[in-house]
Design a protein around this ligand. Structure first.
Ligand code: FES
Length: 110
């Protein structure tokens, strides 16, 4: 894995997604109220909409356009109209900074 520093933990407001570009990936970065940090593909698979403009709710990131909710853990939509996943990215937090490996991971839907 090849992690790169993207920002400080405090640069990401709780439940307020942040769009970051890393290598050739556009990523929605989320810090939830429990302090966990997630990185998933920023582009909704239903339309060309930035998921980082959406809403964090119950472990998902909801697309503002038509309401599909993408799991922050798996990238899979939990609700229609989207039915294909976005990638997820490995994240680590060290010394109050967030590091992401920009290699996209497509997880099984389970
Ligand atoms: S564009 Fe995202 S759910 Fe339609």
């Amino acid at each position: 894995m090849s992690f790169e520093r993207v920002c400080g933990v405090d640069d990401v407001q709780v439940d307020s997604p942040m769009r970051v570009e890393l290598a050739d990936q556009v990523i929605a970065l989320v810090r939830d109220s429990a302090g966990d940090v997630f990185a998933i593909g920023d582009r909704c698979t239903h339309g060309d909409i930035s998921l980082s403009e959406g809403f964090v709710e119950d472990g998902t990131l909801e697309c503002w356009a038509h309401g599909s909710q993408f799991s922050l853990c798996t990238g899979w939509p939990k609700s229609l109209p989207a039915f294909e996943p976005v990638p997820v990215f490995a994240v680590k937090v060290e010394d109050d900074a967030i590091f992401i490996d920009p290699t996209p991971i497509y997880k099984e839907n389970n």
